[in-house]
Design a binder for this molecule. Structure first.
Ligand code: ADP
Ligand code: MG
Length: 246
C-alpha cells in the first residue's frame, strides 16, 4: 500500500515544550480517519504541520505518489498540491448567496489549467449544483449565507472546500455546536467525501466518531497512543487512563 500522506518521526517544540513528539501517521488516498485525544494533545498542531503553517523541528511529511516533501513547500503551495483545511469557525461570505459563495470557491480552482481553460458558465453552474447536492444545500442556493443556520454554514464551507477538489481534507471539530440531526448530516457528507479523497476529522464527540465508522487515531502528548477501530481504542487501558485523567 502506498499512502497519500506519510508523516514520520515528526516533533515540534514551542518554547521547549514538545507539542508533537515523534509522531507518525499515514492515510490512504480514499480513507476516512478520526483523530481524537484530550485538549492539548497536539491535534491542531498536527494539522498545522500538514498544512505548512508550522514547520517541525524533526521528521518527514511525504505527499502523494510523487513522494513530495511538504516541509519544502509553503502553505499556499501545499493548498495547491491538494490539501484543504476547514477551521472550526465557518468563514463563509455572509452577504453573498450560497450560490455565489460556491462560485467564488470554484474560481479559486487549484488546478493549474483552470486559469487557461476558464470554465464555461454552464459547467460552473452544474458543478455548483452538484456540490450543493453533495452538502445538502440544494434548496438554499439563493439564500444569503448569513441567513443560514450554524450547521448549514459549516456545510457550505465544506462545499467550498470540495469545490477546490482537495485530495486530502482536514476538518477540525465539525460537529461542535450542531444539533443531533445536523451532526448526522455532517457524518454523511464526510463519509461521502471520503469515497474519492482522504478525509481527516478531529472530533471530541464520541457518538459522532462512532457514526463515522472509521479507523481512529488517539493522540496524547503529541504522540499516537492507540490506533484502530473505536471499540479497539476505547478498550485500550492507556486510552482509558488518559480520558479519565489518571
Ligand atoms: P489540541 O488541538 O489537541 O487541543 P494543540 O495542538 O492546540 O492541541 O496544542 C498542543 C500543545 O501545544 C498545547 O499545550 C498548546 O498550548 C501548545 N501550542 C500549540 N500551538 C502553540 C504555539 N503556536 N505556541 C506555543 N504553544 C503552542
Ligand atoms: Mg485543537
Amino acid at each position: 500500500m502506498s499512502a497519500l500522506l506519510e508523516v514520520s518521526g515528526v516533533s515540534v517544540s514551542f518554547d521547549g515544550f514538545k507539542a508533537i513528539n515523534n509522531l507518525s501517521f499515514e492515510i490512504g488516498a480514499s480513507e476516512l480517519r478520526a483523530i481524537i485525544g484530550p485538549n492539548g494533545a497536539g491535534k491542531t498542531t498536527f494539522m498545522d504541520i500538514v498544512t505548512g503553517k508550522t514547520k517541525p523541528d524533526e521528521g518527514n511529511v511525504i505527499w502523494s505518489e510523487n513522494n513530495i516533501s511538504l516541509l519544502k513547500l509553503s502553505e499556499s503551495q501545499i493548498a495547491r498540491a491538494g490539501v484543504g483545511r476547514k477551521f472550526q469557525r465557518p468563514t463563509v461570505f455572509e452577504d453573498q448567496t450560497v450560490r455565489e459563495n460556491l462560485a467564488m470557491a470554484l474560481k479559486n480552482d487549484r488546478a493549474p489549467w483552470a486559469v487557461l481553460f476558464y470554465r464555461k458558465t454552464q459547467q460552473g453552474g452544474e458543478r455548483i449544483e452538484a456540490i450543493a447536492e453533495e452538502v445538502g444545500l440544494t434548496n438554499h442556493l439563493t439564500r444569503t449565507a448569513g441567513e443560514l443556520s450554524h450547521g448549514q454554514k459549516q456545510w457550505l464551507e465544506i462545499g467550498m472546500l470540495l469545490a477546490q477538489d482537495p485530495r486530502l481534507l482536514l476538518v477540525d471539530e465539525p460537529a461542535a455546536g450542531m444539533t443531533p440531526t445536523e451532526r448526522d448530516h455532517t457524518t454523511d457528507i464526510l463519509k461521502e467525501a471520503a469515497k474519492t479523497r482522504a478525509v481527516v476529522v478531529v472530533e471530541h464527540d464520541m457518538d459522532f466518531v462512532r457514526k463515522l465508522g472509521c479507523k481512529v487515531t488517539v493522540l496524547h502528548e503529541g504522540s499516537v497512543l492507540a490506533e484502530g477501530s473505536l471499540d479497539h481504542v476505547t478498550a485500550n487501558q492507556d486510552v482509558i487512563d488518559v480520558y479519565l485523567g489518571r
